[in-house]
Design a protein around this ligand. Sequence first.
Ligand SMILES: [Zn+2]
Length: 177
Amino acid sequence: MQDTWDRLRDFASSYRQPIGDTRARERVTGATRTAGSIPVSLDALDHLARTTAELDAIVHKHAPDAAPAPADAYARRDWFMEHTAHLDDDGQREARATVYRQGLEHAIAMGDDKVVRRHPCPSCGTWGLFWRPAARRAACVNTHCADANGGLPRTWSLARLAAAHTAREETRSRRAT
Ligand SMILES: [Zn+2]
């Protein structure tokens, strides 16, 4: 599975690519194009600006003198690791969950909403989440789960899925040591 930084690199390069596989790019970014210009998608710009600002805020909360987030995905990974490595458990958990959630957001921004299927429902624990784009939430298909919820499918934010994933990883790494 691609990690957050691989996806960020893919997202940024698909978005910058000036001419070429227009169809792929339009699928990726929802870009619109006027004659002779490089396609610009406000959604893509907004996505990049928002995810960058979020990492910037985490780093500068703990390291006010740190450099701003580098544009390059892998430089950004190193920068983020360097400035969050010393955080306490809560800080590390927040950093890891944020990075993981951004990975899901990058994938969904590139049209790969199947990433939510790789997570069990936080309520019933079964697999079979699907993405509801309008609500920007993952919904559980399990009918027992919905029955216990008054007949409505339970839905989850990406932040909730990322927090659950991070907690599972922590349990796994504790067991391994
Ligand atoms: Zn469920």
